[in-house]
Design a protein. Structure first.
Length: 330
């Protein structure tokens, strides 16, 4: 099985990859609650502003832990924290308690947070304390912490157990050590985000964390061939405008882009629409599910109403727990 899931988790990020190897990767987390704190199942996902209308799915977020368990997953092989922002670490303790990852990918950072600041009050300080303990103790196990840089190669993530082949298809394009150094000096860790190219059987998916202009300058200079004409882009910074350049879209030229949640006025629709690049948002689709075995890759969504609007001939897939809307193509 090779399936990519982009979850609807309020104003944050969470992606799940079911690799053909059987490994499970979770990239970032938000809105995660323990089973005791929130009793729900993946089925609750079925209960944007764009040309197709506002489907208000931001009000129907899923709990990543319940979603995982709805897929029959009770442990994960790796958790990747793209960078130390709370909307990418929200529910970390519950997630680790419930599905105990074997490996934890982290970035080299010295970020500190003051939870007396009102902007952090919607988050649980226990999540940050767990993150800091994992980061600062540099644990070798339970889970094993890895700090990786652009071009890294290793067993399982992009090599098989014999040190060859593609492994789980995860290729780190950023950050490099210079981007980390600059982030430490500025105190802004967006340009220290992991940017990961997932090379699946069916196509390429580019996950870009909250990467900003310096990262994209680096990527276009050093990894242009890897990011050119990708099949699916997970938009940087959830698709928010972020006072940034979108010139990178000329090269990346994604066949499809997934946006997270934000107020419509804050989303960078114009950057995509002016280039005739299609976008689907969590607020429209709820969760998006991509069959990475098929080529071109097939896309499913958990919001039936959006699926019917997007594709009047949609069909429900028991395998993916979602409604088919089409294939990624140009």
């Amino acid at each position: 099985m090779g399936v990519f899931h982009y979850l609807n988790v309020r104003d944050g990020d969470c992606s799940i990859i079911q690799h053909p190897s059987g490994h499970i990767t979770v990239i970032d987390v938000c809105n995660a609650k323990s089973e005791e704190m929130l009793k729900e199942t993946i089925k609750k996902a079925f209960s944007e502003t764009s040309v197709l209308g506002n489907f208000r799915q931001k009000d129907e977020p899923v709990n990543p832990i319940s979603y995982l368990k709805g897929l029959g997953i009770d442990s994960i092989f790796r958790f990747i924290g793209t960078h130390p922002d709370m909307d990418h670490l929200d529910g970390l303790k519950a997630l680790f308690d419930e599905v105990s990852p074997t490996n934890f990918w982290d970035t080299d950072n010295d970020e500190e947070k003051d939870f007396t600041n009102t902007k952090f009050q919607k988050y649980d300080e226990e999540d940050w304390n767990l993150y800091k303990s994992l980061r600062d103790e540099n644990s070798k196990s339970n889970p094993k912490r890895l700090v990786l840089y652009s071009g890294a190669s290793g067993k399982y993530y992009n090599q098989d157990e014999n040190g060859s082949g593609g492994g789980d298809g995860l290729h780190i394009l950023a950050p490099n050590e210079e981007l980390i150094k600059q982030a430490k000096e500025s105190g802004d860790y967006n340009d220290a985000s992991y940017v990961i190219l997932y090379k699946s059987n069916g196509g390429r998916i580019l996950l870009s964390g909250d990467s900003h202009d310096n990262t994209w300058e680096y990527l276009l200079k050093n990894n242009k061939a890897e990011v050119k004409d990708v099949d699916l882009l997970i938009a940087p910074h959830h698709g928010r405008k972020s006072n940034r350049s979108y010139d990178f879209l000329k090269i990346v030229n994604p066949a499809l882009t997934f946006f997270g949640n934000a107020d419509s006025k804050d989303l960078a629709y114009q950057a995509w629409s002016s280039r005739s690049l299609p976008v689907i948002t969590n607020n429209q689709a709820n969760c998006m599910v991509v069959d990475t075995n098929s080529s071109p890759m097939a896309v499913y969504v958990t919001n039936k109403k959006f699926a019917e609007t997007f594709n009047p001939e949609t069909l429900y897939s028991e395998e993916f727990g979602a409604y088919y809307i089409g294939k990624i193509g140009r």
